[in-house]
Design a binder for this molecule. Sequence first.
Ligand code: AQP
Length: 333
Amino acid sequence: MIPLDSKKRVFSGLRPTGRMHLGNYLGAIRNWVAMQETRDCVYGVVDYHAITTPFDPDELRTDVREMVIDLLAVGVDPEKSALIIQSQLPEHTELAWILGAVTPISWLERVPTYKEKAEMHPDYLHLGLLSYPVLMAADILLYRANEVPVGEDQLPHIELTREIVRRFNHMFGDTFEEPKAFLHRDSARIMSLSDPEKKMSKSLGPDSYIALADEPDVIRKKIRKAVTDIGPANEKMSPGVGNLFRLLQLVGGEDDHASLWSDYESGSLRYVDLKDATAEAIIAFLAPIRANRQRFAADEQVLRNAVEKGRELAASMAEDTMAAVRTRLGVGQ
Ligand code: AQP
């Protein structure tokens, strides 16, 4: 194994494909913030992942910057963690190429997100979309991370990373440890507001999500428009109503949650009341983050320093790993 110090290592990444939304935050990013107190963490704005689905270069540039602002605003602290932009560290793609040479294509074809994205963008099928999980494995293994805080939609990718590790170690000798996914105790999948059968997602468009950057009026409008019932009424709570209840609880509206839930049980719930309570609870929850965003957005130097510091720290870890991997493979000597 590549030797490690005693502290646990953490890596996780976020695709700059739009603004960070409540699903990202409640599903994964709040864990990023908590974990930096006790672990060595590397957190990445993974821009090479963003080019696997249709994108516009100018928008990508803006999205990378906005993601850095979002991450700083929610509390990722460059003094505690390495905050990186993936494309600034070429070792990510170097290791991905190597891991690609040990990963059977059949493993990649069964990954659920490949099938979903392929359905969503049938004219944009390419090798990068198929091998996306290999790049994700490289992101994690480059920093020898033991723990990966992700939302539960990402579990198949972590399982694949573990399979890749086993195969690599079998072929070239013990090199990597198998990382584990780290899930928040209530990291339920947050569903889309406009299509509650699907997860809240940047690529479903802004009406599907609440961005951390959304203004209060925008939040009120989006929640008012959220789909509640689909199809004929039946006994079971609809996914849209369940999603609003979950959001209300997760953003600190427990009291409203309890009284609206009892309305639901007695059959007297008015969806408009549930929506109004949820919107106001989200607005209050996001207020400090919005204030932080404004502060960071106005300070270019702070943004630059944060990612430069992260790049320097991550580069030395990445170079150690690559030196060991190249030796194992007999290349780059
Ligand atoms: N709806 C969600 N509920 C809970 N967790 C979620 N995550 C994403 N959506 C939800 C978690 O957020 C982290 C960062 O995700 P990402 O942006 O890298 O990619 P993603 O999972 O593909 O998120 P999106 O919004 O759906 O992006 P696009 O539209 O670009 O594909 C991950 O840990 C994820 O689990």
